[in-house]
Design a protein around this ligand. Structure first.
Ligand code: HQG
Length: 181
């Protein structure tokens, strides 16, 4: 599969596995899974015929490893980024001392007052490295990177999870744990 098509399929998977499963008539389990056969049939009906091997190619070739099969390989889900109501049931994890969040300057005054909120997603997305945060912020303009005192947050009782593709997730980051890099 060429790269362009791989990206096109990946965007469709993001849409239906994170935000709008109903658009192609599928239902996710409470922890976000759907049977591979059910997904492929729904995509085919929606004008995107795909074999199991091609789906595996998209999952493996995805730049951010956004999707994962379950252990048996019979189900697939998005590893993070949902807006639909799913509970990925990820175990709690101890974060590194600091984590990073990429944003843009127009959000800074709100963030300074109320901290980081999950907005339309389930959790605030943080990364363990500055470069990723810069890329995430850069989707919206000139990136501004915020440093999150994750160890202090954890000590204060805030919970963290890490997704299968290495994104750090937490419910919210109060302003006192944020600094501009
Ligand atoms: C901002 C992509 C005002 C926040 C990326 C961000 C990531 C606030 C935006 C993943 C705010 C939400 C997530 C507040 C936060 N007031 N603005 N209190 N708190 N914001 O897309 O972190 O390609 O939901 O700074 O690479 O940008 O989808 O979150 O700018 O990993 O796999 O509100 O999405 O991954 O935007 O990105 P998003 P995000 P995928």
């Amino acid at each position: 599969m060429d790269k362009k098509h791989l990206i096109r399929v990946s965007k469709r998977l993001s849409r239906h596995l994170r935000h709008a499963p109903g658009d192609i008539g599928i239902t996710l389990t409470s922890d976000g899974w759907v049977e591979v056969g059910t997904l492929l049939a729904a995509l085919r009906r929606d004008g995107l015929p795909l074999t199991r091997n091609q789906l595996a190619e998209v999952v493996e070739g995805n730049d951010k490893q956004r999707f994962a099969f379950d252990e048996s390989g019979s189900r697939i889900r998005a590893s993070q980024g949902h807006s639909v109501d799913v509970d990925l049931a990820l175990p709690g994890a101890t974060p590194p001392g600091v984590l990073y969040h990429g944003t843009v300057s127009r959000f800074l005054s709100a963030i300074t007052h109320e901290g980081l909120r999950p907005m339309s997603r389930h959790a605030v997305h943080l990364s363990a490295n500055v470069e990723t945060a810069r890329t995430v912020g850069g989707r919206r303009g000139v990136p501004v990177v915020l440093l999150v005192d994750a160890a202090d947050m954890a000590a204060a009782g805030h919970e963290f999870q890490v997704s299968a593709n290495g994104v750090w997730l937490t419910a919210a980051v109060p302003p006192e744990f944020l600094r501009r890099l």
